[in-house]
Design a protein around this ligand. Structure first.
Ligand code: MN3
Length: 246
């Protein structure tokens, strides 16, 4: 079965390229075609990439137990359920029985988005942060938000205010080339179609509750201290290749 993050994606070609592949792979899975196999990627189930650092590497901001449970149980669960869903969609395509198509399509959006966002989340954090955005990413952030400080305040406010379980997301909107801050409820709701996520912060309680309990804003504040801005800049560079701005 084709899938959105197969083993080949571990060979990093830039975060956004992998994510763009992921989106095509997801669609390919839904339609039974095989985008990645056309590029030589082996067939197989969706897989998690290896965590790019040890479980305790982000302490004291994120504790070892939280990371372990989050990666091995929560993220892995989305991948497992995505694989099941893609198998069911493939079976539906073969049999022509689309009785469950509404359910399956919703499941694919939920688990597929969960898998994509967690993959981005692990890789946009680092124990060795480079401090702050630089270069073209910084220029774009200043253009879109006024200043880095205003970005920080908007991102924090939006992320803190996500209703229920969800994500805070810095994204590039390709039609106008603007950077935007979005909230995602669950994993898949409230997006602007076509945006490329550059920086994502998981605010499901499983991401922070062991250390922070109900203090989501303290978690978000510390999350912003462990950003891999180099990775975010790489995603921005890759996203710019998809700009549709006039
Ligand atoms: Mn999570």
């Amino acid at each position: 079965m084709d899938c959105l993050f197969s083993r080949r994606d571990v060979i990093k070609t830039g975060g956004m390229t992998a994510m763009a592949l992921g989106v095509s792979g997801l669609l390919a899975g839904a339609h039974g075609a095989s985008v990645e196999s056309a590029q030589g990627v082996e067939q197989g189930e969706c897989q998690q990439r290896p965590l790019p650092y040890p479980y305790d590497a982000l302490e004291p901001h994120l504790d070892k137990q939280t990371l372990m449970i989050h990666y091995e149980k929560h993220h892995a669960g989305y991948v497992r359920n995505l694989n099941k869903t893609l198998q069911c969609l493939s079976a539906a395509g073969e049999s022509g029985d689309f009785t469950l198509i509404k359910h399956l399509t919703g499941e694919m959006a939920f688990h597929g988005s969960g898998h994509v966002l967690h993959t981005l989340y692990w890789e946009n954090m680092t124990p060795e942060t480079d401090g702050r955005p630089t270069g073209k990413l910084r220029t774009a952030m200043e253009r879109s938000f006024g200043s880095l400080d205003r970005f920080r305040r908007q991102f924090s406010a939006a992320t803190n205010a996500v209703e229920g379980s969800g994500w805070g997301i810095l994204a590039m909107e390709p039609f106008h080339g603007q950077l935007v801050v979005l909230q995602a409820e669950k994993h898949q709701d409230l997006t602007i179609w076509g945006v490329f996520p550059l920086l994502v912060c998981d605010v499901w309680e499983h991401a922070y509750y062991l250390t922070y309990q109900n203090r989501r804003s303290a978690y978000v504040q510390n999350f912003l201290r462990i950003i891999n801005w180099r990775e975010v800049a790489d995603r921005y560079t890759a996203a710019n290749r998809f700009r549709m701005a006039g």
